[in-house]
Design a protein around this ligand. Structure first.
Ligand code: 5GP
Ligand code: ZN
Length: 122
């Protein structure tokens, strides 16, 4: 299947990975709306909210809760928005959850610079 996010999971296309386990993969959005804009995806290809099994979705939100705390702390965010698009508003047809940290001063920095700040998680 010719899917951009499947290629990111398999490493055929590079990404700034911030988290990975047996089921999910999280990486920085290439065109961020805010510093730390992250995409959290299942490793297995599912199209959208209708397609994804509930147990996988539950795991995604477990990880999303942890990433939210990490992003807020490391980037000193003033808030964080979750977004999940379906249908015509979904550009990439592999399920993904956006995590968008909010900063009162939205001074967008280079994705690589944000990655350097985030990569030392522990
Ligand atoms: P959607 O509109 O499908 O919810 O959002 C897709 C997101 O994927 C967009 O925010 C877009 O910037 C991001 N994106 C598209 N292509 C790539 C890519 O090659 N690498 C990364 N890291 N993000 C991408
Ligand atoms: Zn895919």
């Amino acid at each position: 299947m010719d899917c951009l996010f499947c290629k990111i999971v398999s490493g055929k296309i590079p990404s700034y990975k911030i988290y990975e386990d047996e089921l999910v993969y999280a990486f920085l959005d290439i065109n961020p709306d805010s510093n730390g804009h992250t995409l959290l995806i299942p490793k297995k290809h599912y199209l959208d909210m209708n397609d994804i099994p509930l147990d996988t979705l539950t795991h995604i939100f477990k990880v999303a809760k942890e990433l939210k705390v990490m992003l807020e702390e490391k980037l000193n965010a003033d808030g964080l928005t979750f977004i999940q698009n379906n249908g015509d508003v979904q550009e990439v047809k592999h399920f993904h959850l956006h995590l968008k940290p909010y900063h009162k001063n939205n001074d967008i920095k280079d994705v690589k610079e944000i990655y350097e700040t985030l990569k030392d998680r522990d």
